[in-house]
Design a protein around this ligand. Structure first.
Ligand code: GRF
Length: 195
């Protein structure tokens, strides 16, 4: 899994993998930032961690190459971006493309980018939600695996709406990763075909 921050979505997957019969395990956690809570959660669960900081690399391509190599060490069948606040690059997608998932806090294609909850409130939508999708070269543009609607209330702030969406993400992510890992999947145009 790739993370950048609190790691509450990572925790939802770690909790799921601890349940008997869950068809996936978290083989490694890679962060672009040191000393984040997500890394602590991984360590507590006994999962190997690595940090690949953009600032330690002279350009984006070499950071992406390092991220790819460090991720490959864990030999993942799937790579899950959960609160990873960067776009992975062409090298990463060349290695893992078609099996990289990202959870996004809006009903895509509405409100892509880093400020989805803020943008949803600013636009005045009454329903937002969470989207799990297969990452492609664009920003939050890949084929959609699953979506969950979440109401937006009159008094919502960016923080309250984002937290309500994250509650939905913490259910959807382990459910869907379990389904994809258990049945397998392929991509047919914009469709994610399970099985
Ligand atoms: C989630 O809302 C995810 O969609 C977004 O960042 C949040 C991650 O939260 N990209 P956490 O770090 O897992 O708590």
């Amino acid at each position: 899994m790739l993370v950048s921050g609190d790691g509450s979505l990572l925790q939802s997957l770690l909790d799921a993998t601890a349940r008997a019969g869950y068809p996936a395990e978290v083989v490694g956690v890679v962060s672009d930032r040191p000393a984040v809570r997500a890394l602590e959660r991984a360590v507590l669960a006994g999962v190997p961690t690595s940090v690949v900081r953009p600032g330690d690399h002279h350009d984006r391509a070499s950071w992406d190459a390092a991220l790819t190599e460090v991720t490959a060490v864990h030999r993942p069948d799937m790579v899950v971006l959960a609160g990873f606040n960067r776009l992975v690059g062409p090298g990463f997608l060349a290695r893992f493309g078609g099996r990289v998932l990202n959870s996004h806090p809006a009903l895509l294609p509405a409100f892509p980018g880093l400020h989805a909850a803020r943008d949803a409130i600013a636009h005045g939508v009454k329903v937002s939600g969470a989207t799990l999708f297969v990452v492609d070269a664009g920003t939050d543009t890949g084929p959609i695996v699953a979506q969950v609607p979440v109401p937006v209330t009159e008094d919502d702030t960016e923080a309250t709406l984002h937290e309500r969406i994250k509650q939905a993400e913490r259910v959807m992510l382990p459910d869907q990763v379990g389904r994809l890992a258990g049945s397998g999947f392929s991509i047919d145009g914009r469709k994610v075909v399970i099985g």
